[in-house]
Design a protein around this ligand. Structure first.
Ligand SMILES: Nc1ncnc2c1ncn2[C@@H]1O[C@H](COP(=O)(O)OP(=O)(O)OP(=O)(O)O)[C@@H](O)[C@H]1O
Length: 536
C-alpha cells in the first residue's frame, strides 16, 4: 500500500481541479469492462447492505455525537488501517488512516543536522467531520465520465462560529489501485455513520420570499446532497396545503428525513404534516384531548423565506449551506412544538401563536402576498398600528420554576390576569430573526419544556412602538420591561398538566382559550389551546 509520489509533477499540474469535476464515485480502471461490471456488482451489493441497514435502524438524523451512530468498530481507534504517500498541497506526505481520523505528515529528507519536529507538522481530520469522499479526476471541458485519475478528495464539514462550511482535502496519487483501496476503506468508515441520512423527502416552496427558493435549492443544497450521496425526492409545492396533503398519504418508510426549503409558513405546514401523520399512524383521535406522539422522521429546515424565525432559532444563523450541512452530518436538535385546538378539535401543530396586534399584522401581510416581502411587512405593520386596538382577555397561567417571576406566585398555583391587551404571544421557541436578534421570546429555549407567554397590556401607541423597537436592540427586553407594567413576561412550566385558561374577546365573539401543556419526556413541550366560540 506504500506508494511513492513518483508522478508528482503531473499532480501539481492538476492542482487547480475544481470540485465540479469530481464526479466519479468509483474509480474507473483502465483495464476496462470486466472490472466495471465487477464495480457495478459491488455497488449493487453496497446498496443492498445500505437498504438492509435502513430497514433495521430507526430512520433518524439524530445524534450530536456522531460516533454514537457508528457500527461496531473492527479496529482500535488508533490502529492504522492504511498507510500511504499522497501529495497534499505541494508536498508529499505520509498519510495514515485509522477508524477515527486521517493523519498526514510531510516527508522530509533525512539530514542528521536538521532539527525536525515531525509531531508539530502533523495534521489530521477527524472522520466524524468528513461527509464525503470522491475520486478526483482531470477531465476536459464537457467530458462527463472517465478522465485522468489524480487522487481522492475528502470533504470536511468545518465549523466557524455558527457557520458550517465545506472544506475539500485533496490527497493526490496517480495509482488507481492505491486510490481504490483508500477510497473503499474511507467509504466503508463513512457509511458506518448510521445517523446520517441517505434518502430525503424535500419540499420546496417556489413562492417563498422573492420566489428564489428553488434556485437556492439547486445552487446551494442539491450539490451538497449529491456530494454526500443523498437521494432527494423533491416536490415543488403547487399551492398552500400541498405539502400537508402529501405528508398525510405518502409512504415515509423510504426516507430518513423530511426537508423543507422555504419560510416559516412552509416549515409550520411541514412540521404540522409530520406530527399529524404520526398521530394518524398511531390511531390518535385528534378531536379529543389526546397525548401527541413525536414525528417519525426528523425535519431539516433550509431557510428561504423572508423572516425564517424557526431556522434562525434552530441554527442560530440564516444560511442555506449551514442548514444543509447540519442535515448531511445528521445533527439533531430537539425542538418544542405546540398543538392548537378549537372546540375540542385539533387546529394544527405549530411553534407559536399570536393574538391581537401580531396575529392581525401577519394575517394582513399574508393577504397582500402580491407585494414584495419587505413592503408587505411594512404595510401590514403600519396599517395595524394605525388601527391599534386592545383585546379584552382573561389569561390564566402557572409560571415555570426558575422563571423570573414578577408576581412571586407559588409553584404550581394559578395566576389570572384580566384586562385589555394589545398583543398576546405564546412561543415555544425563542423566535430569533434579524428584527429581533435576541428573539421575540428571549426567555424560552428550543427544548426546555416551557413556553413564553408575552402579554402586552393596553397602552398608548407611542409606548407600544417603543416596545416593538426594543426587540431590535440586544438589550434584554424582559428585564427592561419588568418595571414598565406594560408587558407581562411569563415562562410557563410543563411539569403539571392543565396550565392556563383564558378568555379572549374579539369582534363581539368570545373565545375561551385553554392553554394546556403536556409533559413528554421525548417532546417536552406540547401546548394545547382549546378555544370555544360564544361563551356567555
Ligand atoms: N405554490 C404555492 N403557491 C402558493 N402558496 C404556497 C405554495 N407553496 C406553498 N405555499 C404556502 O405559502 C405560504 C408562505 O410561504 P413561506 O412561509 O415559505 O414564505 P415567506 O412568507 O416568504 O417566508 P416567512 O414565513 O419566513 O416570512 C405557506 O403557508 C405555504 O403553505
Amino acid at each position: 500500500m506504500f506508494e511513492s509520489p513518483c508522478k508528482s509533477i503531473n499532480v501539481l499540474n492538476a492542482w487547480s481541479e475544481s470540485q465540479d469535476e469530481l464526479r466519479e464515485t468509483q474509480p474507473v480502471s483502465p483495464r476496462g469492462t470486466r472490472k466495471r461490471v465487477k464495480a457495478k456488482k459491488k455497488k449493487r451489493k453496497q446498496q443492498q447492505q445500505q437498504n438492509e441497514r435502513r430497514s433495521v435502524s430507526a430512520p433518524q438524523l439524530c445524534t450530536d455525537d456522531a460516533d454514537k451512530g457508528r457500527t461496531e468498530k473492527k479496529h482500535r481507534p488508533d490502529e492504522p488501517i492504511g498507510r500511504g504517500i499522497f501529495q497534499i498541497g505541494k508536498k508529499s506526505h505520509d498519510v495514515v488512516l485509522t477508524e477515527t481520523r486521517v493523519t498526514w505528515t510531510p516527508i522530509q529528507p533525512e539530514t542528521p543536522t536538521a532539527d525536525r519536529d515531525v509531531k508539530n507538522q502533523e495534521e489530521y481530520v477527524e472522520l466524524k467531520d468528513v461527509f464525503a469522499v470522491k475520486v478526483k479526476r482531470r477531465r476536459s471541458a464537457g467530458q462527463q465520465t472517465g478522465g485522468t485519475l489524480l487522487g481522492i478528495t475528502l470533504f470536511q464539514c468545518k465549523k466557524k462560529g455558527l457557520k458550517l462550511k465545506e472544506h475539500a482535502i485533496h490527497l493526490n496519487n496517480l495509482s488507481a489501485d492505491h486510490c481504490e483501496i483508500w477510497f473503499k476503506s474511507l467509504k466503508e468508515i463513512l457509511s458506518g455513520f448510521k445517523n446520517r441520512p441517505k434518502s430525503l423527502k424535500v419540499f420546496v416552496n417556489p413562492i417563498s420570499h422573492k420566489k428564489e427558493a428553488y434556485q437556492l435549492y439547486l445552487d446551494e443544497v442539491a450539490p451538497l446532497f449529491k456530494l454526500a450521496d443523498i437521494e432527494a425526492d423533491v416536490t415543488i409545492t403547487k399551492r398552500k396545503g400541498h405539502a400537508l396533503s402529501i405528508l398525510k398519504d405518502c409512504s415515509l418508510e423510504d426516507y430518513d428525513g423530511v426537508v423543507c426549503v422555504g419560510g416559516d409558513g412552509s416549515v409550520a405546514e411541514v412540521a404540522h404534516g409530520l406530527l399529524l401523520r404520526a398521530q394518524m399512524d398511531a390511531g390518535r383521535d385528534t378531536d379529543s384531548i389526546f397525548t401527541p406522539l413525536q414525528a417519525a422522521l426528523p425535519l431539516g429546515i433550509i431557510p428561504a423565506g423572508s423572516t425564517d424565525v424557526v431556522a434562525c432559532s434552530v441554527h442560530g444563523i440564516r444560511r442555506a449551506v449551514t442548514a444543509t450541512l447540519h442535515i448531511i452530518m445528521g445533527h439533531h436538535q430537539p425542538v418544542d412544538v405546540c398543538s392548537f385546538s378549537s372546540m375540542g378539535r385539533l387546529l394544527r401543530f405549530g411553534f407559536s401563536a399570536m393574538f391581537g396586534f401580531g396575529g392581525r399584522t401577519l394575517a394582513l401581510a399574508e393577504r397582500h402576498r402580491w407585494m414584495p416581502p419587505s413592503q408587505r411587512r411594512e404595510f401590514a405593520l403600519i396599517k395595524t398600528l394605525a388601527n391599534l386596538k386592545p383585546e379584552d382577555c382573561e389569561l390564566s397561567f402557572i409560571t415555570s420554576r426558575g422563571a423570573e417571576d414578577q408576581t412571586k406566585c407559588e409553584d404550581g398555583s394559578w395566576q389570572t390576569r384580566q384586562g385589555l391587551y394589545l398583543n398576546i404571544s405564546i412561543m415555544a421557541i425563542p423566535c430569533l430573526c434579524s428584527m429581533a436578534p435576541r428573539g421575540l421570546a428571549p426567555t424560552t429555549r428550543l427544548s426546555n419544556g416551557s413556553m413564553a407567554l408575552i402579554a402586552v397590556g393596553n397602552t398608548s401607541r407611542s409606548e407600544f412602538i417603543k416596545h416593538l423597537k426594543r426587540y431590535s436592540s440586544t438589550n434584554n427586553q424582559v428585564s427592561s420591561h419588568q418595571n414598565a407594567s406594560m408587558c407581562t413576561y411569563v415562562t410557563l412550566d410543563h411539569k403539571t398538566s392543565l396550565k392556563s385558561l383564558g378568555y379572549i374577546c374579539s369582534n363581539s365573539q368570545k373565545y375561551i382559550v385553554w392553554v394546556k401543556i403536556i409533559d413528554f419526556s421525548f417532546m417536552p413541550k406540547i401546548i394545547r389551546i382549546l378555544s370555544k366560540d360564544h361563551v356567555p
